[in-house]
Design a protein around this ligand. Structure first.
Ligand code: SF4
Length: 379
């Protein structure tokens, strides 16, 4: 594959960019505080081919666990920081990369400017020899930035966010960073990454479709976005985010390898794959933050329940936790996000209520039938 001339960014024993082969990644979905399970999953992913394994850290307990996990795996580790960016200093000695989400920086210490928070993260990264990932996500763009764009422009705020963070890191003299711009819509992933690469061709890109969902549809969506980008030379590291149980996590790596193999062949025309159903189920791959272990099963049950409406052009989002659930379901027609013992149901941005796990499916069916009726009748 001909590749964009990105600069090399070192993550432990692998380098992304700089003409190196595309690195495939995955993420642990075990509870980070469960040291043995997380170390075992990191090792399993490493052996299955993950050049980088990401682990979520949201608390001091997670940070302490990470120090132990580091002793038990040879994987190159990336830490996923969401709202609590200040944990960076505690985890950096044990990892090779820090991922932060620009859209979550405003939650803690709102009196501080985001620039100060990024300066802090860059300082920590320099002190500990870590790379950074500026991880922009469609469902969690900084609201202040979002307001500057028309409501129907979801790409503009993502791009502006990534570019602003790159400019600041450049001003700080920090170059060991990569960027990701993820959306659950493969077409938007293609567009936003193309536009970013046109403006910053030297910055390595981490590609992925966020919340691609259950296989095989999740693989088809990711393929639809990543194959064209990779064939254009865009992308230095990839992740296929699949909603699968923990013992099937290695499927993400197998799917990533297939995508790379397909992208390396300059075949004309679209990828040879079945048409996606018009009813689009967007579901997260789960991670340490998932609030109930039956989340993956719930996503599968929702797919089964909604098969009768497969040809209705609607989106149902199914998310595993309260960190990203509320925001990431806003753009869906119906949204479901899990709490420890209950499930939240939304219609667009409107919260319809909180239901027990055994109540949610009939209620979701009712709302889906209502939506279908409002939009002109039977599927
Ligand atoms: S929605 Fe929550 S549980 Fe799912 S991957 Fe994102 S942070 Fe993890």
């Amino acid at each position: 594959m001909q590749r964009n001339p990105t600069r090399p960014v070192r993550i432990g024993s692998v380098t992304i960019g700089g003409g190196q082969p595309v690195v495939i990644q995955s993420m642990c979905a075990t509870k980070t505080v469960d040291i043995l399970a997380t170390a075992a999953q990191a090792e399993m992913l490493r052996k299955a081919g993950a050049g980088v394994v990401r682990i979520a850290v949201d608390s001091r307990r997670d940070a302490h666990a990470l120090a132990e996990i580091r002793q038990r795996t040879d994987a190159n580790l990336a830490v996923d920081l969401q709202e609590n960016y200040r944990l960076a200093a505690e985890v950096a000695p044990y990892v090779n990369k820090l991922r932060y989400n620009p859209g979550h920086l405003y939650h803690h210490q709102p009196h501080l400017a985001w620039e100060d928070k990024v300066r802090y993260l860059a300082d920590v990264a320099v002190r500990h020899g870590c790379a950074l990932r500026v991880g922009v996500n469609c469902g969690s763009v900084d609201p202040a930035l979002r307001q500057r764009f028309p409501a129907n422009d979801t790409i503009g705020p993502m791009l502006a966010s990534a570019l602003a963070h790159c400019e600041l890191l450049d001003r700080l003299g920090f170059t060991q960073y990569c960027v990701s711009l993820k959306d659950s819509d493969p077409h938007k992933v293609v567009e936003v990454n193309r536009r970013f690469a046109a403006q910053r061709p030297e910055v390595p890109l981490h590609l992925g479709v966020t919340e691609a969902g259950l296989p095989p549809e999740g693989i088809w969506k990711t393929r639809a976005a990543l194959v064209p980008l990779l064939r254009e030379g865009i992308g230095d590291t990839i992740r296929v985010s699949l909603t699968v149980p923990n013992d099937r996590k290695a499927e993400e790596l197998e799917a990533a390898r297939q995508i790379l193999a397909e992208a390396s062949v300059q075949a004309p025309g679209p990828a040879d794959q079945p048409e996606l159903p018009l009813l689009n189920i967007v579901s997260c791959p789960s991670c340490s933050r998932v609030e109930n272990e039956s989340f993956v099963e719930l996503a599968e049950e929702i797919r089964r329940l909604t098969r009768y409406a497969a040809q209705v052009p609607l989106t149902i989002a199914v998310m595993g936790c309260r960190v990203n659930g509320p925001g990431e379901t806003d753009d869906a027609d119906l949204g479901v996000w899990c709490g420890p013992t209950t499930v939240n149901l939304k219609r667009g941005a409107v919260h319809l209520g909180t239901f027990r796990y055994e109540e949610i499916l009939p209620r979701l069916r009712l709302e889906l039938d209502r939506l279908i009726a409002e939009r002109g009748g039977a599927p």
